[in-house]
Design a binder for this molecule. Structure first.
Ligand code: TEU
Length: 535
């Protein structure tokens, strides 16, 4: 039987380079650190790595402010080293995905520096969105939009003009109506595909196109002045022709609540896949999870795209912390206003959620440290670097709590992240107890669970996807609060969220459980099992 293309059911591991592993001992993660950990990633059993931006950047937004796509930030390494890393990973059977941030560039990008040096009305400024302000002396921003990081997304220059930045002031938005902007990004795609990358994550993929009039925001306006505009599809169609030449794939960061609008990006001539934020945002509740799964499969099936399953990334509260709260849904504000966390409960649920997400048909994204069961870290407010922190006027810590340098070795300084130098974000006192080396030696650890699950996911025929990608899922009758489904080739996944122990469905073999069964052989609450059935 023919197998599906790799990306339809891949396990893709997200590396936040700055915090993964520090090879040169300066307190910041780097490519040397990643290269040294390739054996760990092989052992973990992932198919591909997605690197958050590793390009030259002043790091005003952790690298999502790119100054030059053709240069690796010196804090991380250099271009030849990235090429070596891509090749070495490839030899080990691991593909590489990079991150492209087309909505904006850094204010240190040569284009923006040229625009600043040029006069209002100059061609250099046409690559961005420069406008006169309103009010008698232009002192009011050109429109009433709100930045993702809070406040007006407009910054005024000494010459009186304002420029648009949907994110931080150090991230000026590009003008996608300008042909040079399109040309340059297509060249950047070719530049990296030529270097052997297998795919590209597209940052803020639904925000690039703007209504040229930049009108004030009107509730319910259709089209929206900057979200999900039709012009985007033409851009992605032309990107697809480039990717196809290299057999490369796209994964879009497309935050859109409307599933029909979302699916429009997943046509055979646009993006191959997009992140599933519906699943990520879903509270730990059987009914809601089941609808999130059904809705996901229903929106992907007609366009022939595989679903993706995401529990965490560098923008959201870590899984064990989220699931350890009474309000388990995803919300930025939960970082400040969330109920207290029961880490023991959160960990048990995160283990069950791992087996759930890895059993669903499609590709899975795993964020570094999830396999270690890391909780969200409390960062002292004066150490926070994330600009999201400013949105709340500085009371919300923002997203740094999930970006803390990883613990590799329990007995080493800074839990083995690097050497003597202080990591760029402080690690909690509990970090050594989560260290990868300690977990590798413990069969009951989160790391051991992920290793076993990823291996089974590769080796068990039950997980196989038909080549046409139509691999479905069949819900089995189950007690209220219990999710139980069968995959095409004789695999059953059951997750108990009912509050009580439940009997397992009929099966022919037990593959894996996220925690022990109880004394009567029942599946405890917040526990998942993978079962084999032979028919
Ligand atoms: O995130 C884009 C983005 O739209 C999110 O910040 C979104 O606004 C929020 O998570 C949900 O409403 C991407 C990157 O993942 C993030 O780290 C960057 O800060 C951002 O783009 C800017 O490049």
């Amino acid at each position: 039987e023919a197998t599906a293309p790799w990306w339809r059911d891949a396990a893709i591991y997200q590396i936040y380079v700055r915090s993964f592993a520090d090879g040169d001992g300066d307190g910041t993660g780097d490519l040397a650190g990643v290269r040294a950990k390739l054996p760990y990633l092989v052992e973990l059993g992932v198919d591909a790595l997605w690197f958050t931006p590793w390009y030259l950047s002043p790091l005003a937004d952790g690298g999502y402010d790119v100054a030059d796509y053709r240069v690796i930030d010196p804090a991380f390494g250099h271009l030849a080293e990235a090429e070596k890393l891509i090749a070495e990973a490839g030899q080990l059977g691991i593909r590489t995905l990079i991150d492209i941030v087309p909505n904006h560039v850094s204010d240190r990008h040569s284009w923006f520096r040229a625009a600043l040096a040029a006069a209002p009305g100059s061609p250099e400024r046409e690559l961005f969105h420069f406008r006169e302000g309103r009010g008698a002396s232009g002192e009011i921003p050109p429109n009433d939009w709100v930045s993702e990081f809070g406040g007006t997304p407009w910054t005024r220059l000494p010459d009186g003009q304002w420029y648009l930045h949907l994110f931080a002031p150090g991230q000026p938005d590009l003008n996608w109506a300008h042909p040079a902007v399109r040309q340059e990004h297509e060249d950047v795609l070719r530049f990296w595909f030529e270097r052997g990358v297998a795919g590209v994550r597209i940052d803020s993929a639904a925000l690039l196109a703007k209504d040229p009039a930049l009108p004030d925001f009107t509730e319910g306006a259709d089209p929206h002045p900057y979200v999900d505009r039709d012009e985007l599809h033409d851009i992605y169609r032309s990107w697809r022709t480039i990717a196809d030449r290299y057999d490369g794939i796209f994964v879009g960061e497309v935050w859109l609540p409307d599933s029909e609008r979302f699916a429009r990006y997943l046509r055979p001539d646009e993006l191959h896949t997009a992140f599933n934020f519906t699943f990520l945002a879903c509270p730990w509740d059987a009914g809601l999870l089941r609808s999130a799964i059904d809705d996901t499969l229903a929106e992907h099936a007609p366009v022939g795209a595989p679903a993706t399953w995401v529990l965490c990334n560098h923008d959201v509260t870590r899984t064990v912390t989220r699931y350890g709260r009474e309000d388990t849904g995803f919300d930025f504000a939960a970082k400040v206003f969330g109920t207290p966390t029961d880490l023991e409960l959160g960990t048990r649920r995160a283990r069950a959620a791992a087996l759930l997400s890895l059993a669903l048909p499609g590709a899975v994204y795993l964020y570094q440290g999830e396999e270690l069961g890391l909780p969200e870290a409390d960062i002292p407010l004066d150490r926070i670097q994330d600009p999201m922190h400013l949105r709340s006027g500085g009371i919300d810590p923002g997203r740094d709590g999930c970006r803390v340098p990883l613990p590799w070795s329990a007995g080493r300084p800074h839990a083995g992240f690097g050497s003597e130098a202080e990591p760029w974000l402080p690690q909690p006192a509990s970090w050594p107890s989560y260290a990868a080396d300690a977990q590798a030696a413990d069969p009951g650890s989160m790391l051991s669970l992920y290793r076993r699950a990823l291996r089974l996911r590769r080796e068990e025929p039950g997980f196989a996807e038909p080549a046409d990608g139509a691999g479905g899922l069949k819900w089995l009758p189950s007690p209220p609060g219990v999710l139980a489904f069968a995959r095409t080739h004789g695999l059953i996944c059951v997750v108990n969220l009912s509050g009580n122990p439940v009997p397992l469905p009929d099966h022919d073999g037990m593959l894996l459980t996220s925690g022990p069964l109880d004394a009567s052989g029942l599946l405890p609450d917040d526990t998942a099992a993978w079962l084999r059935v032979t028919r």
